[in-house]
Design a protein around this ligand. Structure first.
Ligand code: BG6
Ligand code: MG
Length: 212
């Protein structure tokens, strides 16, 4: 069979490992300190969204956006990240989501190029902890990206980094913002627990045979 897919771009949080739950916990604690309650339903809007944009959405949700200067916003975002870093400290390869390692191996054997298109500044550290850094030929450095997901920039940078056109790539995402970003980049999507061009309930269902 002729496969057109030459590259797969992976989101990290909620796709390779279940760090989405730690982001939620750290935000929930930070928000509650400033008198804002968030629940899991609201949290869906934060998935895939950058640290500062997440905080802005939380402040808007609590009708408190005007109450904080940009310095205070940076300080709160930092505080959340400090708690998050404690939560991810003990991550190991045992924290890979089901089927991820087998899928990465299958892709590697087929010579398909892999990149990470995560909004997280913690992505490189987490990849090291998971022991899968070497599978990826390119990792998007979000410090150089102006517009986060749902803008297409992260994924456009990923395929440019690999040197593969959008039509020959596919992205794996668990967030609505991420699926929207892929769509805007002209890249097909596999949604994990979220509707994509291919929709899966779990990472355990990832197989190379799903790729066009
Ligand atoms: C995304 C997560 O991958 O990264 C978001 O889904 C998170 O929840 C974003 O806000 C930024 O992460 P970090 O680690 O840079 O704060
Ligand atoms: Mg994610």
């Amino acid at each position: 069979m002729m496969r057109t897919t030459k590259a797969v771009v992976f989101d990290l949080d909620g796709v390779l490992t279940d760090t989405a739950k730690y982001h939620y916990l750290a935000w929930k604690n930070m928000a509650s300190q400033i008198g804002i309650e968030i629940d899991e339903e609201f949290n869906e809007q934060l998935k895939g969204v950058s640290r500062i944009d997440s905080l802005i959405r939380i402040l808007e949700h609590g009708n408190k956006l005007g109450a904080y200067s940009s310095d205070e916003i940076n300080r709160l975002a930092n505080e959340k990240n400090e708690e998050y870093k404690v939560l991810i400290e003990d991550i190991t390869s045992a924290d890979l989501l089901p089927g991820i390692e087998a899928f990465l191996e299958e892709l590697k054997e087929a010579g398909i190029q892999l990149a990470i298109g995560s909004a997280s500044k913690n992505a490189p550290v987490i990849l090291e902890k998971l022991g899968i850094r070497d599978y990826f030929a390119y990792i998007v450095d979000v410090n150089h990206i102006v517009n986060g997901k749902p803008a297409p920039d992260i994924f456009l940078d990923a395929i440019q980094g690999l040197g593969v056109p959008a039509l020959e790539a596919i992205g794996v995402e668990d967030a609505e913002a991420g699926i929207e970003a892929l769509e805007k980049a002209g890249i097909r999507s596999i949604g994990i627990g979220v509707t994509g061009d291919v929709t899966l309930a779990s990472t355990a269902e990832l197989r190379i045979s799903l790729l066009p």
